[in-house]
Unconditional design. Structure first.
Length: 147
């Protein structure tokens, strides 16, 4: 059963191309993690995978449209999903209207348990990215995180 979730839109204080480039290489995400979490994560340009509580979860980039769109799909995860990252031109010069769409194959029980949590997680990711782009450090970010 497919379930679709969309994040809120956030205005990120970075130019569209700069923000896109930060997300296009999966190796960039490893450097954002605390040192003690990096040992369970592997990445190359197109893929990233991590072992969390005994489960391996991976994603791979399946489509890139420079400066506008990146599509990620599951690559060894307990369920199938696709994540779309949207980098749209904002009204303010030098800023990007950013949002995330998630399409996931969830059974009814998983949908009931995770549905609202997935939407909240997407919104928190957008809020965190907006905060970091404005020089604010969101709660729970690793020490030394830079954008």
């Amino acid at each position: 059963m497919s379930a679709q979730y969309s994040s809120k839109h956030g205005i990120v204080s970075r130019p569209q191309a700069e923000l896109y480039m930060a997300f296009t290489d999966m190796r960039n995400f490893v450097s954002m993690l605390p040192e003690d979490k990096r040992r369970d994560v592997t990445a190359d340009y197109d893929t990233i995978s991590a072992t969390v509580q005994g489960f391996t979860i991976g994603v791979k980039v399946t489509r890139r449209e420079p400066y506008m769109y990146i599509e990620l799909q599951d690559n060894g995860a307990p369920f199938k999903f696709m994540v779309s990252l949207h980098f749209d031109v904002a009204e303010d010069p030098g800023k990007t209207d950013f949002h995330i769409d998630l399409l996931a194959d969830l059974n009814l029980m998983m949908k009931m348990m995770l549905g609202n949590k997935l939407k909240d997680a997407l919104d928190k990711l957008v809020d965190g990215l907006v905060a970091v782009s404005e020089g604010r450090m969101p709660e729970g970010m690793p020490e030394g995180f830079k954008f």
